[in-house]
Design a protein around this ligand. Sequence first.
Ligand code: NAD
Length: 545
Amino acid sequence: MSANTNGNNPGAKRGMDVLRDPLLNKGSAFTEKERDVLGLRGLLPPHVHSQAEQAQRFLTNLRKFPDPLDKFVALNSLHDRNEALYFHVLCENIDELQPIVYTPIVGLACQRFGQIFQRPRGMFIGINDRGNIANVLRNWPHPVGIIVVTDGERILGLGDLGANGMGIPVGKLSLYTACAGIHPRLCLPITLDVGTNNVALLNDMYYVGLRQTRVKGAEYDEFIEEFMAATQEVFPGALVQFEDFANHNAFRLLEKYRDRICSFNDDIQGTAAVALAGLFSALRITGTPLTEQKVLFLGAGEAATGIADLIVSAMVANGLPREQALRQCWLVDSQGLVVKSRTKLAEHKLTYAHDHPPAQDFLTAIKMLKPTAIIGVSAVGGTFTQEIVEEMARINTQPIIFALSNPTSQSECTAEEAYRWTNGRALFACGSPFDPVQLEGKTFVPRQGNNSYIFPGVGLGAIASGAKSITDDMFMSAAHALAHLVTESDLEQGSLYPALPRIREVSASIAATVADSAYKQGLARKPRPGDTLRDVESQMFDPRY
Ligand code: NAD
């Protein structure tokens, strides 16, 4: 599906209205013929540029900005002017631009959202819209296939940013389009403004949200219930992706809605699939089966329990009894090893609260449990110390070490540390980008276990098949599909994920797997095509003019 002006112009806009519509505008690239047909004569400078020339001009200017936040703003304004060019530039330079459009720079953009605000994008639905949410949603001008929604309470590792969290659903939907070709017209970012408990924001004159503290309890639940029902009333069948909700709501909302409405939580389920794929790749190197792994997590939140749940499902699928699989996953939180004897454990940790003597810290837990893999999802930087990494290298010939916390400052260890402290034996994946590492004549190329390998393809597969819900089986299939695309030469250089520029191929493959799973499980609203891969590929938006 290409960014064709006529095909995208159902209302047959003309003249200035075309130039002001970012979904139609091509700026100086409108051809002579289009200028005649669309009434653009005189409204543009005479020379017709190619899209490649426009992209080059934009990139040359972008690269002159030393401050990444200025780059973020420049990309945003291009997004507001000309979507096809924005996505063309993003797709062709995904390695360079993803860290600006999404983590880590989007975090900074959310912190400064009020100051850099220029034009609204997406929808803000406030607690005061209660009773009227469906009508508010009807103000959106297009039919919608996918919604990314946050309430801003836990933005990345940055905490409660209230309505300033809008940068996250906007950035995430950019990646749905860039990485999986979901048409931008189908994408709707939403921020639910239920207040914020961030006092600095409440006192910030530029803050974009309501000046009140967070609504909680029954009032919050009723608001979410009305919102979820309204999404399906106004946009029937739309996929709803929960994003950056705090722990106390994230698990609850996922369980409440996942079977009722096509929905998922990327922080829990997308993270799980990307980490499991990395584990599959690591096991291709060690040659050991999944069922023999013992995984110790630093952190016991959405990422940790999500990953642990999917590893358990994968172990069970490989023949291990569930009870045994559970005992091969262990969590350490800020109070030490999560064990049965601990009181006041949050509900989401209980599944992994095993009957075991306590351990106060991570190193002690490693010595006691002798894990084959450690996964850092604590959002606390530097916590995989030299002693910890060396202990893993003492226990294992090839220790699996994933330092997944974001942003870079929160990473449990750097790639360089992981390789150096294990004499190059670590099988390493990271949550933040790290440069290649030279060690004793070998170059290691660490790759980011970025959720963007998974969620765009899952979304595309769900839309293509009209999935009624998104199941664990779909995430497991997505993990297999991703791992399958890792080549032998990737593995030889220590890369546990494919190169990011292959992302559209990766997403198409995952989408086909997810759609097939929907057809197989009787969850699809659309008829099964003869060739699922070709079917999903044919639905991908191509940002070239
Ligand atoms: P979360 O808030 O749900 O969980 C954080 C957990 O860490 C909590 O259980 C907390 O108790 C624990 N913790 C805090 N301090 C600790 C300490 N000193 N020692 C041990 N545990 C401690 O957050 P989350 O969604 O699980 O995300 C955690 C981190 O993982 C974030 O930095 C996030 O950006 C990152 N993440 C990365 C990816 C990825 O790379 N693909 C995906 C999701 C999340």
